[in-house]
Ligand binder design. Structure first.
Ligand SMILES: CC(=O)SCCNC(=O)CCNC(=O)[C@H](O)C(C)(C)COP(=O)(O)OP(=O)(O)OC[C@H]1O[C@@H](n2cnc3c(N)ncnc32)[C@H](O)[C@@H]1OP(=O)(O)O
Ligand SMILES: N[C@@H](CCO)C(=O)O
Length: 394
């Protein structure tokens, strides 16, 4: 492969590849439960270049059903067309991360890894089990262990080692990504300089656990789920779709749903029918049907259970004393931001976290009609907060 450098360029450096899916083999992962998960592989993408002194690394943590593709990028010249296309596709925080963006990839070396147990390239329930677990190499399925947020951080610590990142200049995430960011700062305090916890809390609340249980039961009660060993048959898409419907309502605000859909029917058919099964759909039902089928088409049901259980287990203080005692282990600066209309991760929970954190804490609010999903939708506001606080010029 020949790389043509612009006129006047200095000695050729490494070719920058942004937003390209890669994998790191991190070996056996010792889980909080005591289970040893062998042969773990983490999928990740990077943007930008790691500075020689390693001081410019930023870890972005995805939310529950997120993937490694935070933002568009560019594969190396000559890369296969499908790799180019995948790299250039828009990401879930497009505009927040990129050249000249708030998380400026001309300055920062940005990393995003798929959580262990996920279904975007990291070892998860759909991965072939190793020979000692299944000599025929069938998927882990029901045998895949429970993963906690703390386990996920331990896996990402091994990835940081593999990438040569000593300490992160910033770890940032929203929702489950925020839980992982917080857990990073407390579990590995000497490797986090700043931490941004967006639309997340210190400990999953009873209500968050309750929503999680309803979603998990929707999947487990789908006859196609078959205890989790369904990979040789139809996937439990009905259960996964129902889980997404339950979750998605919690991700949006009542006012937004009212404003967008009200009581309007979706089509010509009347919403009053001779029998309930024969009536037309409300627009909001059609919207949820759409969200359900989109998720069921892109996500593995077992992985959904793994990440949902991880989030339900989230408690940064587990085994570490009071919340204040647990957080006292951290030594970074903080941005704690809530979405004002979030009814899943209540702004009050961000207040509780911010009040218990040590050191310099900026507690900010994203204004959005969209509820919890505001952390994904209000990228420009979030970018402004970042450059004013944890990413400000020193
Ligand atoms: C960190 C991560 O989470 S990474 C992954 C990103 N997250 C996801 O993809 C999760 C699923 N999606 C979402 O959570 C949200 O859609 C967001 C946050 C990504 C985007 O929010 P918004 O831009 O407000 O999108 P919104 O909720 O309005 O959904 C729009 C979709 O609903 C569809 N829709 C709107 N009204 C209706 C209706 N009456 N009937 C059917 N479909 C409808 C739109 O056509 C659109 O479809 P498309 O997404 O296939 O293009
Ligand atoms: N829409 C987000 C919300 C969860 O925080 C996701 O699916 O990951």
């Amino acid at each position: 492969m020949t790389v043509v450098l612009p006129r006047g360029a200095a000695a050729p450096g490494p070719v920058r590849e942004d937003g390209v899916l890669r994998h790191a083999e991190i070996g056996t992962l010792e889980l909080e439960s005591g289970f040893r998960l062998p042969g773990v592989r983490l999928a990740y993408e990077t943007w930008g270049t790691l500075a020689p002194d390693g001081s410019n690394a930023v870890l972005v943590e995805h939310a529950l059903t997120g993937d490694t593709h935070v933002a568009s990028g560019r594969a190396r010249p000559g890369a296969p067309a499908d790799e180019q296309r995948a790299a250039e596709a828009g990401g879930w925080w497009e505009g927040l991360v990129g050249p000249g963006a708030a998380i400026d990839t001309d300055r920062w070396f940005v990393v995003c890894a798929n959580i262990v147990g996920g279904c975007y390239g990291s070892t998860g329930p759909a991965s072939p089990a190793p020979p000692e677990v299944d000599p025929e190499g069938r998927p882990w399925g029901s045998r895949f262990p429970m993963i906690t947020i703390r386990d996920a951080v331990r896996a990402e610590e091994a990835l940081a080692d593999a990438l040569g990142v000593g300490a992160w200049r910033l770890v940032i995430g929203g929702s489950m990504g925020g839980a992982r960011a917080l857990e990073w700062a407390v579990t590995v305090p000497d490797r986090v300089r700043a931490c941004a916890v967006i639309a997340a809390c210190a400990q999953s609340s009873a209500e968050q656990i309750a929503w999680g249980q309803a979603q998990n039961l929707a999947i487990r009660q789908d006859p196609d789920f078959r205890g989790g060993d369904y990979y040789d048959g139809p996937a439990p898409v009905a259960g996964l779709g129902l889980a997404r419907r339950i979750a998605h309502v919690t991700y949006r605000s009542a006012a937004e749903l009212h404003h967008r859909f009200g009581r309007t029917p979706q089509g010509e058919r009347d919403v009053i029918g001779a029998r309930p099964a024969e009536r037309g759909r409300y627009q909001v039902e059609s919207y949820l049907d759409h969200q359900a089928s989109k998720l069921a088409g892109r996500f593995d049901a077992n992985s959904y259970l793994v990440v949902n259980e991880a989030l339900m287990s989230h408690d940064v203080a587990r085994g570490r004393g009071t919340l204040e005692e647990a957080l006292a282990r951290a030594s970074c600066e903080w941005l704690v931001a809530a979405v004002d209309s979030d009814r899943l991760y209540l702004p009050h929970e961000s207040d509780v976290l911010a009040a218990a954190l040590p050191g310099e804490v900026r507690r900010r609010t994203l204004t959005s009609p969209s509820g919890h999903d505001g952390f994904l939708i209000e990228g420009p506001q979030l970018g402004k907060l970042l450059v004013e606080t944890v990413l400000r010029e020193d």
